[in-house]
Write a protein that binds this ligand. Structure first.
Ligand code: FAD
Length: 245
């Protein structure tokens, strides 16, 4: 029985989602379950476009296609709320599930207050966020500071205060502080952001707090609403996610 305030480690049971997901794929598995069980009509998430620096917002109605959206793109700086407001009629006639960073959530809530978005129709899966990197500056930083061709990078992440890249032939991490002192690193608005754990979402998910053998393989989930508790519980009962205290 899940309830508001609960905190668990979670990961996807499906091997493909687990592998492609950033930290075990719980977020993707939860959203897939929401679509399959018709808790939502569509999911709005981000997928990799031309390359790692090209984050594309997508609306997905076929649960089998959700795998395309697994993984975190730290150069994805889009505002998901604007997408719902402009292109989905503010979720006024459909139920949507959406992955939100703190900034996306603040904006969603504000647009909800102005009746631009119907928040009753929005299921929010929050991702904890230490910040994102402007994609153009990201490419420049990788070339100039890391000495790596940005097109050869296969994965980027921010972990333990470092911006880390994996590329053909190796991996390299440089301290975010050092990068930012030299004008690279996270966007300035992310650096001053105080909303790193989006607890106004239905669930807040992240890698912070995952220690031991599950580090990197599970997501820390904080249940923030009754809607979030219901989703987590139903997904667990259906066998799409596994959890641990
Ligand atoms: P997955 O199953 O891989 O699902 C991830 C979801 O995030 C997908 O639906 C994907 O479409 C969506 N997504 C990817 N990029 C973006 C984006 N730019 N904007 C909005 N949605 C996106 N956790 C921490 O604890 N500390 C951090 O500092 C931290 N920083 C993050 C920064 C960014 C920009 C993002 C996107 C995530 C960050 N996270 C952070 C969360 C963490 O990376 C994982 O997303 C989380 O642990 C869930 O893992 P998962 O395997 O369950 O997710």
């Amino acid at each position: 029985m899940a309830a508001k305030g609960d905190m668990v480690y979670a990961w996807a049971k499906d091997a493909e989602i687990q592998k492609k997901g950033e930290c075990g794929g719980a977020v993707t598995a939860l959203l897939k379950h929401a679509l399959e069980s018709k808790a939502v009509d569509a999911v709005i998430a981000i997928k990799k476009g031309k390359d790692l620096y090209d984050a594309v917002p997508v609306v997905i109605t076929n649960p089998e296609e959700l795998i395309q959206t697994a993984g975190s793109l730290h150069c994805g700086t889009l505002l998901m709320s604007t997408f719902i407001q402009k292109y989905l009629d503010g979720a006024k006639s459909m139920k949507v599930g959406v992955v939100v960073k703190g900034c996306d959530l603040m904006s969603l809530i504000e647009l909800g207050k102005r009746n631009e978005i119907n928040m009753n129709n929005v299921l929010t899966i929050g991702v904890n966020c230490g910040g994102s990197v402007n994609p153009i500056l990201g490419r420049k930083m990788i070339k100039e500071k890391f000495g790596v061709d940005p097109d050869k990078v296969t994965k980027e992440e921010i972990d333990k205060g470092q911006f880390i890249i994996e590329y053909e032939g190796g991996h390299k991490g440089i301290s975010i502080d050092e990068l930012e002192e030299e004008g690279y690193g996270r966007r300035s608005n992310c650096r001053r952001c105080l909303y790193k754990v989006p607890r106004q979402a239905d669930l807040a998910c992240g890698n912070w707090g995952v220690i031991g053998e599950k580090a990197g393989k599970a997501t820390f989930v904080e249940v923030c609403s009754g809607k979030g508790a219901e989703l987590l519980q139903k997904a667990f009962k259906s066998g799409v996610i596994a959890t641990a205290p």
